[in-house]
Write a protein that binds this ligand. Structure first.
Ligand code: GLN
Length: 194
């Protein structure tokens, strides 16, 4: 694909940072808030934010089932933090009944919401990342971790003994926020997958 058109789900969260990062990584980036916009993109980024709020808004904007359908058809997606939570097939500590984070079933994994957040609200560190030279500077904010991955899921990064970056086919997820640092290698990796 020449210049892929990548949407950023713009219901809540750090949309602007992802748009900027994607443009720097060579994509034609645009916001997605409605079904017609979802239909017009080749791939989607789900930003960091609050997965319970995003789940609620996905329902309100009648995007939940259309998004699940596009992901099931294989639309590539990248989720950071809250986005990682939503891309999972199973969410632990998903939130209170009726306001819980809902899985979009794109990556065969079990994610625990706010897992690092129970220990320390936010932290930063340098971690090795499969396929990238040197380390990635990772910012974690009330971040999830991955407790189980299916056989088709590749683990790309770990922090403190926990899985924090994964890939399954053309689906990518990180528990941290590369959009908040100047390092565009992870967005580039995603754009190169398209
Ligand atoms: N704790 C948030 C959630 O449950 C994720 C935090 C983030 O995206 N920085 O969605």
């Amino acid at each position: 694909m020449s210049t892929p058109r990548v949407g950023v789900l713009a219901l809540q969260g750090d949309t602007r940072e992802h748009l900027a990062a994607l443009r720097e990584a060579g994509a034609d980036a645009t916001t997605v808030r409605r079904v017609t916009e979802l239909e017009a993109v080749d791939a989607l980024v789900i930003p960091g934010g609050e997965s319970t709020t995003m789940s609620h808004l996905l329902r309100e904007f009648e995007l939940l089932e259309p998004l699940r359908a596009r992901l099931a058809e294989g639309m590539p997606a990248y989720g950071s933090c809250a986005g990682m939570i939503l891309l999972a097939t199973e969410i632990l500590d998903a939130g209170v009944e009726g306001r819980a984070a809902v899985p979009l079933n794109a990556i065969d994994m079990t994610v625990r919401r706010n897992a690092f957040g129970r220990q320390v609200d936010s932290f930063e560190g340098d971690f090795p990342f499969e396929g990238l030279d040197g380390h990635v500077h990772a910012v974690f904010i009330r971040a999830p971790w991955v407790e189980r991955v299916g056989p088709d899921v590749q683990v790309l990064g770990q922090a403190g003994g926990h899985i924090v970056a994964v890939r399954q086919g053309r689906m990518l997820a990180t528990a941290f926020h590369p959009e908040m640092t100047g390092d565009r290698r992870i967005h580039k990796l995603f754009v190169d997958m398209l």
